[in-house]
Structures are given as C-alpha cells and as structure tokens.
Design a protein around this ligand. Sequence first.
Ligand code: TXA
Ligand code: MG
Length: 338
Amino acid sequence: METRVVLPTDENILFAGQQIIAGEIVAMPTETVYGLAANVYNSEAVKKIFVAKGRPQDNPLIVHICNISMLSPLVQSIPPIAKQLAEKFWPGPLTIIFRKSDSVPLSVTAGLDTVAIRFPSHKVALRLIESAGVPLAAPSANSSGRQSPTTANHVFTDLDGKIPTIIDGGSCEVGLESTVIKLDYDGITLLRPGAVTFEMLSLVVPNVRIDEGVLNEVSEDEIVSSPGMKHKHYAPLTKVCIIDSDLDQFVKFIQQHADQNIGALVFDNEDSLISVPTVTFGEEGDNIIQAKLLFSALRAIDDLGVDKIYARMPDKHDVGLAIYNRLVRAAGFEVITL
Ligand code: TXA
Ligand code: MG
C-alpha cells in the first residue's frame, strides 16, 4: 500500500473523513502525539489498527470525541467527578475511563467493560472527527513498543506501506501522551501521567492517587489497572540507563566509562562537557520543553551507533513525572544512583 502524507487542507480532511467511514485507518496529529484513527463502531477497521501497529490484542484503545454531546452515547453514566474534570480539562490532554455503553465494541476496549475517552484540543484532530461524524478509536501512531510519534515523519518511519494516509499537522505541542485517569468512589487514580499533571488534578479532585505501575515495573502476569502498563514501551534499540546524580557526578561517571562505546542523553549545553556522543532533550528545569523533545531524542539515540546510553535524571514534579515515567520505561527501569 502507498502511504500518502497530506497537509490538513479542507479537501484532505474531507477525504480522510470519507476514508474512515469507508473502513480505512488514518494517522492524525493531536496536541499530545500522533494517533492512528478508525471509526469506533467499525470493528474491522479497529482490527486494522492492531495489525498496522503490531499491537498486543489485550491493549485497549482511546476513543476521541470532538464535542461533549458525543460522550453520553459511549458511556453508562457520567459521574460528578468526571463531569468536573471534563469541564476543567477538556478539550485537552486528559483521558478519562468510564463504564462503557453497549454501543462501544469490545474490539476497541480489548474485552474490558470500561472505555477510555479523550476530547483533544488539536484543531486538525477535531476537524477530522467532525468530518468522519463518529468518535474515533485511536492509539498512538507508532509501531508497538516504539516511542510515540510527535511528527508526521515519525509516523511515516514506523508505518510506511501499512496505512493509506498521514495528515501532517507539524510537531505536537505537548510531545507526551495524554494523562490517563480512572474514577474511584472518592477520587481518582492516575494510571499514566501527562501534561494534565498530578498537581493540576489535585486542585480539582480531593483524592488523587498514583497507581503503583506509574513509577514501578509490573511483570507480564500481574493484574494491572491499565493494560498498557505491562507492555514494553518506548525502548530504543540501544540500551538506556538513567543516572540519578548531579551534573558533576554525571560528567565524572561518563569520563570513567569513556573507554566503552557509550553515549549520553543530557540537557542542553551539557554536551560540551562530555566527550562521548550525545543527544540533548531541552534545558534542565524546563520540563515543558523536555516533554516536547523526549520522544525525538529517544529516536535519535539509535543513530549514535553506541552500545549504551547514560541519561540524566529528569525532575519528577509537574510534567516531569510524565517525562520520568517514559524515560524509566525506555531504560527498562535501570537506574544508577550515585
Ligand atoms: O495522547 C494520547 O492519549 C494519544 C493520542 C493519540 O490521543 N493516544 C495514546 O493511545 O497514547 P495509546 O493507545 O498509545 O495509549 C492508551 C493507554 C494504554 O496504556 C491503554 O492500556 C490505556 O490507555 N487504556 C485504554 N483504555 C483503557 C481502559 N479501558 N482501562 C484502562 N486503561 C486503558
Ligand atoms: Mg501508545
């Protein structure tokens, strides 16, 4: 199949909407990462997503809506906490898990009786959903296990020949996937941190818990709140290890290991202090920029031609929690504390 990369003109959005209604899958930009979208009500189309990505069958998809009236047909009820969160953070990078209605196929939820819903803010995503006229089931548009794509070029690298259309909306504003939360009787649990942060959620909801799987490794056979937690994620081909230390200690550590074929993932301007090949991911302390650059940086690591990458430790506050969550997975939870 030939993969066309097109700009988000009215004509192209109209055509992509028709492709979706005809049962095709289309890659679209969102404010977080690119998504690979299908008509939520067409299980054959949904299956194509799993095939194109090589996605494990037990990992459910997020359903994207373009206005709040699209929500109630997809869910059994809208609990008061969900309503509050939706009013505060939608449209935007927050995904809320609801009890699903009968109209949502089990192919979308991987057999679960819950459904993850997101109302994105990206204009192109909203225009595409509008054009298709149905909610769109869409995971990130990467090959399963790789970093989520933050440019159309990343999508093309992973899915060329496997999907008909990629809508190029430039690079994604946030750069990390949406925050995923589930509702509890007295609060919420954070299943995946993102740009709607723990701190932001805590201002709106009384009890915000962080699921154990956010910061810790879960084994393949464990029962988890979100199936995505137990799958291998974000791993470059090159082995990554995080060094929890200050800059001086990091520079010394690299010097001591410089006789090996290693590289470093560091903050801006630190590369001049380091004698091995480096990739940078934004200024230290600016976690908005780090979030935006992390996935491109993880992709660039494999081009260095080194056997192992040592990475600087991100700060874990605000969006930093999401950065750490992705990086520690890329590192297979290998962290050295100096
Ligand atoms: O920002 C995003 O969320 C992007 C864009 C495209 O919207 N999408 C995305 O989708 O990251 P995906 O499929 O790569 O990640 C969805 C995550 C997975 O970890 C999945 O296990 C979890 O959400 N998830 C989906 N439905 C769920 C459910 N019913 N219960 C628990 N976790 C769920
Ligand atoms: Mg994904």
